[in-house]
Ligand binder design. Structure first.
Ligand SMILES: N[C@H](CCC[C@H](N)C(=O)O)C(=O)O
Length: 258
C-alpha cells in the first residue's frame, strides 16, 4: 500500500495527490479515502487524485471527492495533476492525459497551468439559473449580495432539491464586476460545502455568463476566495469549444502517513 502522499492546491481547491503508477492504492476503500481527506483526523483536502499509467497518453487521472466516492471531472485537480506529473518528470512543457470525461491537453508555464476542457454543446438557461456540464454538472445563478450569502444552506437546498436530488449538482453563485471579470462562490457536491474555488465551476460560470449575454468577452477572469482563475473559449453557435482553464497549481507538502 502506498505511504507517500503529496498535497497540491489550485486557487485554494486542495487535493491529496498519489503516484499510483504501481497500481496498489485501494480505490474501493471509500472510508480510507474520506479519512485521508478529513481536515481533523486525516491529511485534509477537498478531494483525492491518483496519477496512473496510461497505454498511450502521458498518464491517467482518477478523482475522488472528499466523501470518498469517485466523481466527475475536477478542473483544479486537473491542473494540479499536471504540475505533479511535471514534478515526477513524466512531462515537461505540455501533456495529454486521460480523465473520466476524456482526453485533456495542458500547457505548463511555471506554476501556471493551462488545461483544455471538453467542448460544451448543451447550455440550458432558465428563468433564474443556467445549467451545464463542463466535466462536472453545474447550476449557475446570479447573486447580488455574494459576500453575505449563507452558501452552505442555500447551496445544499439547491444541490439536494429538484431536479438534482441525490445525484446532485455543484452550485455556483456569481456577481458581475466588469465585462471580463466575475466574482464566484461555489458549493461543491461531494464536499458538501463551499470550496475556495472550483475549476469546472468557474468554467461553467464563464460560459453561462456569455450564453445569457452578460458578457461578449471570450477571455474572462473569475475572482474566487482562493484566488483568480481565467477561462478562455471560442463560441460557435450555441456550442463552446477550445475552452481553457488557466491558473496556479502548487505543491504544498510531501509526507508519509504513520
Ligand atoms: N465536486 C465535483 C468534482 C470536483 C470539481 C471541482 N473541484 C473542480 O475543480 O472542478 C463533483 O462531484 O461534481
Amino acid at each position: 500500500m502506498t505511504n507517500t502522499f503529496y498535497k497540491y492546491q489550485g486557487a485554494g481547491n486542495d487535493f491529496v495527490m498519489i503516484d499510483n503508477r504501481q497500481g496498489n492504492f485501494n480505490k474501493k476503500d471509500a472510508k480510507y479515502i474520506s479519512f485521508l481527506c478529513d481536515r481533523r483526523f486525516g491529511i485534509g483536502a477537498d478531494g483525492l487524485i491518483l496519477l496512473e499509467n496510461h497505454e498511450s497518453a502521458d498518464f491517467k487521472m482518477v478523482y475522488f471527492n472528499a466523501d470518498g466516492n469517485e466523481s466527475s471531472m475536477c478542473g483544479n485537480g486537473g491542473r494540479c495533476i499536471v504540475a505533479f506529473a511535471k514534478y515526477l518528470n513524466i512531462v515537461d512543457k505540455a501533456t495529454t492525459f486521460e480523465a473520466i470525461d476524456g482526453m485533456h491537453k495542458a500547457v505548463i508555464d511555471g506554476e501556471t497551468i493551462q488545461l483544455q476542457m471538453q467542448d460544451v454543446h448543451d447550455v440550458n438557461s432558465y428563468e433564474k439559473h443556467v445549467f451545464l456540464d463542463t466535466g462536472s454538472p453545474h447550476h449557475v445563478q446570479i447573486e447580488k449580495d455574494l459576500e453575505n450569502l449563507e452558501i452552505k444552506s442555500v447551496g445544499a437546498k439547491i444541490r439536494y432539491g429538484a431536479p438534482y436530488h441525490s445525484e446532485g449538482t455543484n452550485v455556483n453563485f456569481v456577481s458581475k464586476i466588469a465585462d471580463d471579470i466575475f466574482a464566484v462562490r461555489t458549493y461543491e457536491r461531494g464536499v458538501e460545502g463551499e470550496t475556495l474555488s472550483c475549476g469546472t465551476g468557474v468554467t461553467a460560470v464563464a460560459l453561462a455568463m456569455n450564453y445569457i449575454g452578460k458578457t461578449e468577452k471570450n477571455l474572462i477572469t473569475l475572482e474566487t476566495k482562493g484566488g483568480k482563475l481565467q477561462v478562455s473559449f471560442q463560441k460557435n453557435g450555441d456550442s463552446y469549444q477550445d475552452i481553457w482553464l488557466i491558473g496556479p497549481a502548487k505543491q504544498v507538502f510531501k509526507g508519509t502517513i504513520s
